[in-house]
Design a protein around this ligand. Sequence first.
Ligand code: COA
Ligand code: AMP
Length: 637
Amino acid sequence: MLSPARSYSEVHRQSIDDPDGFWGEAAQAIVWDRPFNKVLDTSLPPFYRWFSGGKLNTCYNCIDRHIDEGRGEQLALIYDSPVTNTIRRYSYNELRDKTARFAGVLAAQGVVKGDRVLIYMPMVPETVIAMLACARLGAIHSVVFGGFAPNELAKRINDARPKLIVSASCGIETNRVVEYKPMLDEAIHMATVKPNRCIILQRPQTMAMLTLGRDLDWAEEMANAEPAACVSVEATDPLYILYTSGSTGVPKGIVRDNGGHAVAMKWSMEYVYNVKPGEVYWAASDVGWVVGHSYIVYGPLLQGCTTVLFEGKPVGTPDAGVFWRVVAEHNVSTLFTAPTAFRAIRRVDPTGELIKMYGKNQLRALFLAGERCDPDTLVWAEQQLGVPVVDHWWQTETGWAIAANCLGIEPFSVKPGSATKAAPGYDVRVLNVDGNEVSPDTMGNICVRLPLPPGSLPTLWQNERHFKEYYLDPYPGYYLSGDAGYQDADGYLWVMGRIDDIINIAGHRLSTGAMEEVLASHPDIAECAVISVWDELKGELPLGLIVLKSGVDRPHADIVKEVVQKVRAEIGPVAAFKSAVVVARLPKTRSGKILRASMRKIADGDDFKIPATIDDPAILSEIADALKPIGYAQQRS
Ligand code: COA
Ligand code: AMP
């Protein structure tokens, strides 16, 4: 373990200059079934592997080891669900028993090491149990966020080819019960690959109809199951696949290995978050996203903490005080969420009356990620809570923070608006289009010099070619993050936005390219663009601009309604696609490229330069005129 006397810059330098020494030492915190023979395997650049030759089991390291070390009665998981008025607590012993038993259920259905198991579940403890049960068997889980529509689920089924799917009868949103089973059935119907079995958790809010011969009931299977033991896997074997949005409608299957992931997760709990075994850690996110994988499930459990699984929203379940109720009731020491959650709370409770009412108890720090945190929100949170508030930057691809104020290494030292400095293991560089490093304070593409640290993606699921083409080929020797920004003279990183078609809606990553594909398939639409526009609560929202085929004379309002419904049905409600406008034509360059960035600036009411390459500048004022009646293209107050 690191000596606390070492400064951030010493720690960071060692991690880059001596990755073998640095991560080799960090790996001592993990229980290995067989020691690794190499820390960093550099035999096949630009592909790197961590801890080759080592064998371990991630579930053992998350649960059983803590029992073996005498902490079986400590709480492992607290399920707090204001939407069902339930609080349930699981000790490490109980979590082990349930997980081993569910692993037995999976094994009885023929699931073995390397098989894929897709998990389409709401925020209930059984989701965590299913993930850990897969890890116990060496099976590869792929969790799909509940807010995605059947069509998106079908794409993931086709790519991951799961032997089995675990799902539930329903999820619960503030305004409705979301029936999962009909969506699952529809997705399986659409998919070209069919699972052998589905295991369905029946929740009391809705009972699902089971398909005879294919579906099994969670509770019945658990009642009859034999517990299964941990299966040792290679450090480089995949632990999970998590699909995330890319530039098109085809999601990318981010692969996470077992060994590097376990080492990085445990290290980050200690040194990024400064959280110790036995403390309560709460990531208010969803297990369907990477934050949920890393910091609801794996990180806190690997560190021997108590993790909080919260089935609710920051506001409306029942009010904007729920975060403070959970923090106080469960003695949360560190909270992690998206800035949008704080914007939502602030809107309802601007003077923090509810924070004062509940108190913040033992809360030591708040971490924010998922989207850029506007300085206003950060400063507000800091003033209301009186604890360090850290904006840190990361991606599904990396699995943990690329840049952060690592509170386990250095004192609180942020600049509002910046994600602080590169985390140990990440050699962050800002490059211009020619691949040269830019000087401080100059915008460019944010890249990481290879190798990426443990825990980051080794590849895309069965698509090494795309992994190389998208992330590694643009700048040989570097990983292209897809984010643009700059580093200041003090080494602070300012992540300002994406360079591709990815949009961040309330901390949820979605693709405007995928939305355009849905719009383009509407029979009346000739061409379209989906741009992201600024939103006070969600940070960004999608906005469609559509050009109709000649001869279409139906009311525009009807067509707009249809495309909004189409995106909801084909991508899901989480896309929050609620606005579109019909325009006569779209602005393009002379070579025919749609000028989305200019339209975004117009919609947001920002100043901008008319691009020199534009084909017909007059179209820009037509766009502004079309956007004004729906509340865009106005000066922001
Ligand atoms: N299953 C089904 N539908 C879901 C869903 C799920 N798991 N999650 C979200 N949805 C639906 C919502 O019901 C909503 O549908 P609607 O259009 O019918 O209202 C839509 O998807 C958008 O959801 P959401 O982004 O959650 O918006 P909201 O208006 O319900 O709530 C916030 C706004 C700010 C409270 C909410 O976005 C939030 O809590 N954000 C924090 C985000 C976060 O934790 N991100 C993870 C990264 S750290
Ligand atoms: P996801 O893969 O869903 O975690 O989304 C990753 C993307 O979210 C990043 O590539 C960024 O565009 C954005 N993001 C996440 N955290 C931050 C942050 N702290 N500051 C700026 N952007 C962020």
